[in-house]
Design a protein around this ligand. Structure first.
Ligand code: SF4
Length: 489
């Protein structure tokens, strides 16, 4: 008897685990079933959303009315202000970004209190149609830049008053928009939410999405068992106003599952994280490209790094010295209110007018310059292949940097997490290694996607090589900036 005989009857552990893995078809069925399950259990999702609304409201409002904790002696677990600060900025924001990268915009669809309250308000509001000016696709980018810069000016990551002003103000605006526009829709989320542009970019590389079979949709199949259309209306209600039949991108979809199984044509499905950017039939929108280059990678990176940047410090010292030498003291005063510039004398944390102007200039000017530098790669790459592959416009090359954008924003947001944990005197010796490994992985995945894009659409070894080389530049620029921040500054 050969040694193979018993293997046929008694599989090895490896063979056993391989057979226990679901087949691709089984996995696809399970995912589609999960989508239908979520659609059928809308009540549980609404209950979850109410829980999030209550938790979020308590954490935004209550800490703002408590005393500012001293610099030492207060801890995350015994001070509500520090606890709320840690939950919002240390866990919540990085978690939301990670979830968007891996699952699509599930935060928007299942948990976001702002979106849910806006939708609720719009069910009882005036129900007006969104006017043309409100649909201007650049609003989310502008709102993102304003929120990011203003947040840094009033130190939103550190102080509960600032968080209440920005998060509470944003929620009130979302409800107000809901009361005026849309009928049970999320006009705020679709056209105005400051985070929606960032989510739209990150969701492009999510391996989960709602896939629409347009042929099946057009066949107009009757809804199948358990796949009922919106009760009472006979129509599908997509809250962020997506044209579901024509949906080819996960950017605007809130992954709310309300269309799962619609006409037997929509299902939750897995995909390659690269598929949306590689597919020429999925439009590469200019607003998404600009948001990625100038917002996520530009202004946001400047916002994450200005506190550790020696360039910022040298600029500040240079200007302050010049002002003192020339007897100009107005800009060195620190009498701005806390809602305009950080002002917490009890913690010895006050911004002078000069600080405010420099932060404004560094974030807007530095972010813009960085965006321009990053833009050069996609512009030159698109020019190089303009005849060979007209489908590869600069916007598509720019969107190939989406994994780098996700890496950068997660690295930046977790800087706050690390600072807060270090404030608790937790030893975190592994953090620098993890950061560099994460940065390297983000750069590697981005380069892989760029290579796949070029290989798919461009023929000719030399053009491929030169185009790839050009597209390596924005990746190298971001890798250098983050390495400086983590290793040198
Ligand atoms: S397309 Fe609309 S209804 Fe369907 S999952 Fe996305 S947000 Fe929900």
């Amino acid at each position: 008897m050969t040694q193979e005989t018993p293997l046929r009857f008694f599989p090895t552990n490896a063979a056993r685990s391989a057979s226990a893995l679901p087949s691709p078809r089984g996995l696809a069925r399970a995912l589609a079933g999960a989508g239908i399950f979520l659609r059928r259990h809308r009540g549980a999702i609404v209950a979850t959303q109410w829980c999030v609304v209550l938790f979020y409201s308590a954490l935004v409002v209550i800490p703002a009315f408590l005393p500012v904790p001293p610099r030492s002696g207060a801890h995350i677990l015994d001070n509500l202000r520090l606890f709320a600060q840690f939950v919002f900025w240390g866990l919540w924001w990085p978690g939301v970004m990670l979830a968007t990268v891996f699952l699509g915009r599930v935060w928007c669809g299942f948990f976001c209190p702002e979106g849910y309250l806006s939708e609720l308000a719009s069910r009882h509001g005036r129900g007006k149609a969104a006017p043309g000016w409100l649909k201007w696709p650049v609003w989310p980018f502008i709102a993102f830049v304003i929120t990011t810069v203003y947040g840094q000016l009033i130190s939103v990551y550190e102080y509960a008053e600032a968080a209440l002003l920005i998060l509470g103000g944003s929620t009130l605006a979302a409800v107000a928009i809901g009361l005026i526009y849309g009928r049970g829709r999320r006009v705020w989320c679709r056209y105005l939410c400051p985070a929606s542009g960032v989510f739209a970019v990150l969701a492009k590389i999510a391996p989960l999405h709602y896939k629409v079979d347009r042929v099946a949709w057009d066949r107009g199949q009757a809804p199948q068992s358990g796949e009922k259309e919106e009760a009472g209306t006979g129509k599908l209600n997509c809250p962020p106003l997506v044209d579901v039949r024509r949906m080819v991108s996960a950017s605007d979809c809130h992954a709310c599952a309300r269309c799962a199984g619609q006409h037997g044509a929509v299902r939750l499905a897995g995909r390659s994280p690269f598929s949306e950017i590689l597919d020429p039939d999925v439009p590469a929108r200019t607003t998404d490209a600009l948001t990625l280059l100038f917002g996520v990678l530009g202004v946001a990176t400047a916002a994450f790094q200005w506190t550790v940047s020696p360039w910022f410090l040298q600029l500040k010292i240079g200007i302050a010295t010049w002002l003192v030498e020339h007897d100009h003291f107005i800009l060195l005063e620190s009498n701005a209110p806390w809602w305009l510039l950080t002002h917490y004398p009890e913690r010895n944390d006050v911004f002078t007018w000069l600080d405010g102007l420099l932060v404004l200039g560094y974030l807007l000017g530095g972010g813009f310059l960085l965006g321009v530098g990053l833009c050069l790669g996609p512009l030159v790459a698109a020019w190089l292949v303009r005849r060979l592959a007209p489908v590869l416009n600069w916007q598509r090359f720019a969107l190939a940097l989406a994994p780098l954008g996700a890496t950068s924003v997660i690295l930046g947001l977790t800087m706050t997490t690390v600072t807060q944990l270090r404030g608790e005197l937790l030893p975190l010796p592994w953090v620098p290694h993890l950061r560099i490994a994460f940065l390297a992985a983000g750069c590697f995945v981005t380069l892989w996607l760029i290579l796949a894009l070029i290989r798919k659409h461009v023929s000719g070894a030399l053009v491929r090589m030169v185009t790839f080389g050009v597209m390596c530049l924005p990746v190298a620029l971001m890798a250098t900036l983050w390495s400086l921040a983590f290793l040198a500054w």
